[in-house]
Design a protein around this ligand. Structure first.
Ligand code: C2E
Ligand code: MG
Ligand code: MG
Ligand code: MG
Length: 290
């Protein structure tokens, strides 16, 4: 449908739209099958304490091992999940899988916190809390080892509902973090009344901190605000040693980024866990898996 062709243009048959729609429907079906066949996988990206340099945990990031297209990233398929109403099922799978992993790490003597990403619609569902509780009870984990990351949008699109859910999660003992902080137009005043314990500064804000004073001021302000509120600050997307040094000087608590490791599959994460300290592996990109 050409731009400016006016109202009513959708009445005409558009072969391009038709092919696109068919492809999307096929992809949705494939994703449905991937969920059943176990072709979804969690990759783990380590998080480190800036000062002690010790491994604190990992963010679990979803991947799809597609039979033909190879390893697919969330941005390549999560929109399909939402359209096909698969996002809830995928979210439930992520909860089960990550809690199971936490239990395994606790048993093997190296407990780490695993952080998961939850979609706004999942948080808003009536059975969300029950799902989390059931997983924690089933795998008998310490609840604080599960961290749930919510975007500002998720926390604020239905503020009362989200606040209620977050309070219930906090009562269970789950750790809460606000993800991609600094990218939304959030109501800071209501955000800080929520029982969150971490602010994850979005990687886009970190990009230029070593070259642009204004970028540096913004990040410093967020870190200082987090500190004043008794929250931990987490920087995602740390790629260079210069960024790390600056963040450390600014009082940032936790770092995550390609400098230390890309998100890696479970077996590779187990190896990183044995190293324990990011200095053990020297600076630079450790792993090349996507
Ligand atoms: P996010 O939660 O903000 O996750 C961080 C993203 O930044 C990850 O991308 C990670 O690979 C990437 N990243 C980490 N360090 C660096 C770095 O140093 N440089 C650069 N350039 N990138 C870095 P990924 O895995 O592609 O995930 C993208 C987004 O997809 C996530 O952003 C999250 O919003 C969403 N997502 C991932 N897994 C899940 C999931 O299981 N459920 C839901 N609902 N969303 C998910
Ligand atoms: Mg996240
Ligand atoms: Mg993030
Ligand atoms: Mg982000």
């Amino acid at each position: 449908c050409a731009k400016g062709s006016g109202r009513g243009c959708y009445e005409f048959y558009d072969p391009v739209m038709d092919i696109k729609a068919r492809e999307e429907a096929e992809a949705e079906q494939e994703l449905r099958e991937a969920l059943v066949r176990g072709n979804l996988e969690l990759f783990y990206q380590p998080l480190y304490n800036v000062h002690s340099r010790r491994l604190l945990g990992a963010e679990a990031l979803i991947r799809w091992r597609h039979p033909r297209k190879g390893l697919m990233l969330p941005q390549q398929f999560l929109h399909l999940a939402n359209r096909a109403n698969l996002d809830i099922q995928i979210g439930e799978w992520v909860i089960q899988e990550s809690v199971k992993r936490i239990a395994e790490f606790e048993r093997t003597g190296s407990p780490v916190q695993i952080s998961i990403n939850i979609s706004p619609s999942h948080l808003e569902r009536g059975d969300f809390i029950a799902t989390v509780k059931a997983a924690i009870a089933r795998w008998k984990i310490r609840p604080e080892l599960l961290q749930i990351e919510l975007t500002e949008e998720s926390a604020l699109r239905d503020p009362e509902l989200a606040a209620d859910r977050l309070r219930q999660l906090a009562d269970i003992g789950v750790t809460l973090a606000v993800d991609d902080f600094g990218t939304g137009y959030s109501n800071l005043a209501s955000l800080i009344t929520l029982p969150i314990s971490k602010l994850k500064i979005d990687k886009s804000l970190l990009k230029d901190i070593t070259i642009r004073p204004d970028a540096r001021v913004l990040v410093q302000t967020i870190i200082s605000m987090a500190n004043s509120l008794g929250l931990h600050s987490v920087a995602e997307g740390v790629e260079t040693k210069a960024q790390l040094e600056l963040l450390s000087a600014m009082g940032c608590d936790v770092v995550q980024g390609f400098l230390f490791s890309r998100p890696v599959e479970l077996s590779a994460f187990r190896k990183l866990q044995k190293q324990g300290d990011y200095m053990d592996a020297d600076f630079g990109i450790l792993n090349t898996a996507a």
